[in-house]
Design a protein around this ligand. Structure first.
Ligand code: NAD
Length: 237
């Protein structure tokens, strides 16, 4: 039977690729602050800001009511506001934590009742390798993404008795609008630091998310899995 899935950040980039990757197996709700288009397969598009707790809870409840449950939740919504720490404002810090970490927690919390009731509950957080190693100019972003690891591992423990798996995916440099906004020389340096010598594609992250949602991944929980072309290995040569 077709699963019911909800993907935040589902309008573009990695989130959109996840929506498309899940489409063959699921009815997918693509939730985004920037008017998402409905999935190519079956599903719906919901315009919601994950910083708005009431709207987020309403949207998740609407999906659960319409579908009679919810099986897979993928938290992909994310932003960057890069600045070196000694110049970073409270707003730059707060916005990033609010969207990337608190938004993911709120999405998960709104879905937990339905996930626990599902026979195939799956929760996936999209973090970043920069949450595992740190990155110059990204104190806010790295802290938010490291926070997803603690959140994901804790929820993995809390939901295990209900058979729900919770995993964290940590992409390296992926070719999306987010990284296209970087100066060309920063992109070139990122590729040079990647052993596979290229940027990743959104579809390559989405393929892992799809696998983690599948029945085949039922014994995998509490993990953090990089999709980074080998960047965490360090030196290229
Ligand atoms: P992107 O900017 O292309 O897409 C992010 C999506 O999140 C957008 O559709 C945006 O509208 C949505 N979003 C932002 N704020 C939101 C909010 N408040 N409420 C709802 N939706 C909101 O970026 P991407 O590269 O596709 O990134 C997707 C996720 O992957 C992010 O969490 C990002 O941190 C993470 N990531 C990306 C890379 C990369 O290299 N691109 C690497 C590591 C991790």
């Amino acid at each position: 039977m077709r699963a019911t899935a909800l993907v935040t950040g589902g309008a573009r980039g990695i989130g959109r690729a996840v929506v498309d990757a899940l489409a063959p197996d699921a009815w997918v709700a693509a939730l985004d602050v920037a008017s998402p288009t409905p999935p190519a397969g079956v599903g719906t598009a919901l315009e919601v800001d994950v910083r708005d707790p009431a709207a987020l809870e309403r949207a998740v409840a609407q999906v659960i009511a319409e579908r009679g449950g919810l099986d897979w939740v993928v938290c992909c919504a994310g932003i960057v506001r890069d600045r070196v720490s000694w110049k970073m404002s409270d707003a730059e810090w707060g916005d990033v934590l609010d969207v990337n970490l608190t938004g993911a927690f709120r999405t998960a919390r709104a879905a937990l009742g339905a996930l626990r009731a599902s026979p195939r509950g799956r929760l996936v957080f999209v973090s970043s390798i920069n949450g595992l190693r740190g990155r110059f100019g990204q104190a806010n972003y790295a802290a938010s993404k490291a926070g997803l690891t603690g959140l994901g591992r804790t929820l993995a423990l809390e939901l295990a008795r209900d058979g729900v798996t919770v995993n964290v995916v940590a992409p390296g440099y992926i070719d999306t609008e987010m990284t296209r906004a970087l100066p060309a020389d920063a992109r070139d340096r990122a590729v040079a630091r990647t052993p596979l010598q290229r940027m990743g594609r959104s579809e390559e992250v989405a393929a892992l998310v799809r696998f983690l949602c599948s029945d085949a991944a039922g014994f995998i929980t509490g993990t953090v899995i990089p999709v980074d072309g080998g960047q965490l290995l360090g030196a290229v040569n």
